[in-house]
Design a binder for this molecule. Sequence first.
Ligand SMILES: NC(=O)CCC(=O)C(=O)O
Length: 260
Amino acid sequence: MKRKIAMIQMDVTYGDPKVNFARVGKWVMDAVQSGAEIIVLPELWDTGYDLERFEMLADKDAKATIEFLSDLAKQWNVAIVGGSAAEQTVDGMKNTMLVVDQDGKLVHKYSKLHLFQLMDEHVYLTKGEDHADFELAGIPSAGFICYDIRFPEWMRKSAVNGAKVMYVTAEWPKQRIDHWRTLLQARAIENQCYVVACNRVGADPNNEFGGMSMVVDPWGEIVTDGGHDEKIVLAEIDLDKVDEIRREIPIFQDRQEDWY
Ligand SMILES: NC(=O)CCC(=O)C(=O)O
């Protein structure tokens, strides 16, 4: 089974959801016209890291954002891993991934579990309490948000649950882009799955972001990378490759669960 994926490696206008919604609408149309069946957006594509103004900017229960993504998915008959958006909940502000299928149905909602202190998330945000797993376009999948990739035990859990594709959405700064590449390759190799990772470009008042959105195959090879410019990054994934590699080196059979 093969699928064509587009990662929208976009710049995000700081603290201006209206502008960002309009731009995402246009990017999705362009990605569909390039043949994409699944589209992936970056982290906090609606507001950026404007955390001080989150209470004013964040969407209540992500309702308007879900409706927007769902309408786009239906209009273009495309599945969307909607990066993450600023969500206002009864428990506080959250950084929330939203996934809709090609019929516009919300199939997954996941609020970031590991809050990144270096960018003050622990001051302004509440961590999520969701699992990471879902099925999209017929593929067992899982979704993670940026700093999550530094927690191999969290991603391993999804691999053990059967995920064959791991989506990562990010606002990862340029200064640590080597960590980004290495961690993504490691997560793909150790879990023998595709890693589809979308990072933003551009800058906000505190950081410059590094792009390098990429698809890594289950052997750890980078299938495509987006460099540092704003663009749609296209790739094809082949799920048979996951099964082949899991047969060749059967790590999921060889795990010694009694020991860890
Ligand atoms: N937005 C994030 O979670 C950034 C994570 C990051 O930069 C890191 O080094 O980890």
